[in-house]
Design a protein around this ligand. Structure first.
Ligand SMILES: NC(=O)C1=CN([C@@H]2O[C@H](COP(=O)(O)OP(=O)(O)OC[C@H]3O[C@@H](n4cnc5c(N)ncnc54)[C@H](O)[C@@H]3O)[C@@H](O)[C@H]2O)[C@@H](O)CC1
Ligand SMILES: [K+]
Length: 499
């Protein structure tokens, strides 16, 4: 599990550590870690050409000291200073090692050194960056990103907000980022994550000074250790029965995909409730599901003894009868996942009473909005939600007192009082109709198997993303392809289980 800490937490830990180590020791450690990554990225060190982009702070200092280490090994290192001043000790060290230093003039559009380089090191700004990049930093960031040369970012790609992943204006697009002491949340959350490339942590001895993380990014072994595995004593009831309230006459496919997502993730049984037309379609595709042909709004089968969890919302509709159905579920003690139309029913003043019920629940409750749905739930702007995904997911989790899985280019999970989760899997190919219905069924299955809402959400998001990568070997996929690939993703994780 990768851990990330916000800038203010990192600063506090750094002050505590600096009091115990000699002056300049942390920067030397950081520079050594950075230089090691540069060596990995260069075809060879001796004779290679390295360009350092250097801002006025310690981020630039790291780049200069790492450049000095490379110059001492025979690399031709040139530093372009973005501001009037740069870390004095770093400039001195680079010059003593044979490196060259020049100021990058305001308005200069050339930066020819960059196009001839073997490696560019981005030390413009790190965790001290505030707001969008100013000039000439912004121009340098654009030139570096456009040069056909590998870029390694120092601590964070310049222009990416270390806490949120937000990018305002120009930002460096790095092939690799060497981050110091601990990961920063913005390296795991788009749009920042997409700018960071491969992220490597350089240990500078900060660990003992750090409190618990503000964000975690689970890896395959972490998800594998959470996933329930059926044992010899398992039967369909012990593995979990999931109630699915999805689909309606105009949206029958949503029911088929949601039930399929649950079955292909692994669940004891799916009990589908809905009108006859939809139920026929579900049973036609999934004969292993059990359809409740009673009054679809009936909640008589929703006692915790009969079902272990319920999913409601995909393609279900927003009629008063659907609100009654949601109310009955929220009134029960069964873990509930609310998606799509279910979220619309919770929105605005009209959704006030249902949202009130939601807040009072003690059973596990999970909302799975995309950015547009979350914006409506919070009465916020969709672009703001997309720019600062963590902040908005956390706000919704606090407001509704439940777990929130925000779908998107980085899926994040927020849960009151727990570290946020950034999902590392997924591809833009997941943005396809019905993909969310599959996810709802899949996470519902994990809830039914007994995982708490936060863990079910992080495992389901991980599997869904892996399934998208495994399906059709990277070719465009439909939601049905995801169903075929989900068991492969589960099997892959089982193989990575710690022994
Ligand atoms: N504090 C420590 O103990 C350590 C810090 N380290 C490095 O130090 C960095 C933090 O250094 P600083 O606190 O000096 O901050 P930075 O170097 O990240 O940024 C501050 C500099 O950037 C400029 N700046 C800020 N926002 C800007 C914007 N939007 N456009 C253009 N210029 C902008 C400021 O005027 C200042 O010159 C870390 O990211 C890391 O690279 C490492 O050496 C490890 C140890
Ligand atoms: K940087």
């Amino acid at each position: 599990m990768f851990s990330a800490h916000t800038v203010s937490v990192v600063r506090e830990a750094e002050y505590a550590l600096m009091a115990r180590v000699p002056d300049g020791a942390l920067m030397r450690r950081a520079a050594a870690g950075l230089a090691a990554e540069c060596v990995r990225l260069l075809p060879r060190v001796y004779g290679s050409r390295v360009v350092l982009l250097v801002g006025g702070g310690d981020n630039g200092g790291d780049a200069l000291y790492a450049g000095a280490l490379l110059a001492a090994r025979g690399a031709a290192v040139r530093a372009l200073l973005a501001g009037g001043s740069a870390h004095e000790g770093g400039v001195g060290a680079l010059r003593s090692a044979g490196g060259r230093v020049r100021k990058f003039a305001d308005g200069e559009a050339d930066g020819a050194e960059m196009f001839d380089a073997d490696l560019i090191v981005d030390g413009l700004v790190g965790i001290g960056g505030r707001g969008g990049l100013r000039e000439p930093h912004a121009a340098l960031a654009v030139l570096a990103s456009n040069a056909p040369v590998p870029v390694v970012a120092v601590d964070v790609p310049s222009g990416v907000d270390a806490d949120t992943g937000e990018v305002v204006g120009a930002a460096v697009r790095a092939d690799a980022t060497v981050t110091f002491g601990t990961h920063k949340p913005g390296l795991f959350v788009d749009p920042g994550a997409e700018r960071a490339g491969r992220v490597r942590l350089a240990d500078i001895g900060l660990g003992p000074e750090l409190p618990g993380p503000g964000l975690v990014c689970p890896q395959a072994v972490d998800i594998a250790s959470l996933l329930p595995t059926p044992g010899a004593e398992s039967d369909k009831y012990r593995r979990g029965v999931l109630a699915v309230r999805a689909g309606s006459d105009p949206y029958r496919g949503a029911a088929v995909l949601c039930v399929g997502g649950a079955l292909r993730t692994g669940v004891g049984m799916v009990r589908f409730g809905g009108g006859k037309g939809v139920a026929d379609q579900v049973i036609g595709r999934w004969p292993e599901a059990v359809a409740d042909f009673r009054d679809p709004q009936s909640s008589t089968d929703l006692s915790p003894g009969r079902v272990a969890a319920a999913v409601i919302g995909p393609g279900r509709g927003t009629h008063p009868a659907n609100a009654d159905e949601l109310r009955a579920l929220l009134d029960s003690d069964v873990p509930v996942l609310v998606d799509a139309d279910g979220l619309t029913l919770l929105t605005g003043d009209g959704g006030g009473p249902l949202a009130g019920l939601l807040r009072e629940r003690t059973a596990h409750t999970l909302l799975t909005p995309h950015a547009g749905e979350l914006a409506r739930l919070l009465d916020a702007d969709r672009a703001d939600v997309e720019a600062r995904r963590l902040e908005h997911a956390a706000r919704a989790a606090d407001r509704f007192r439940c777990t929130v899985l925000l779908k998107g280019s980085t899926t994040v999970v927020a849960h009151p009082g727990a570290p946020a989760v950034a999902n590392p899997t997924g591809t833009p190919l997941l943005a396809t109709a019905g993909s969310g219905d599959v996810l709802a069924g899949s996470v519902g299955a994990l809830l039914a198997s007994g995982l708490p809402a936060r863990e079910a959400a992080m495992c389901g998001a991980y599997l869904h993303g892996r399934a998208a990568s495994l399906a059709r070997g990277g070719a465009p996929i439909s939601a049905s392809d995801l169903l075929d690939a989900l068991p492969l993703a589960v099997a892959e994780l089982s193989r990575s289980r710690r022994v």
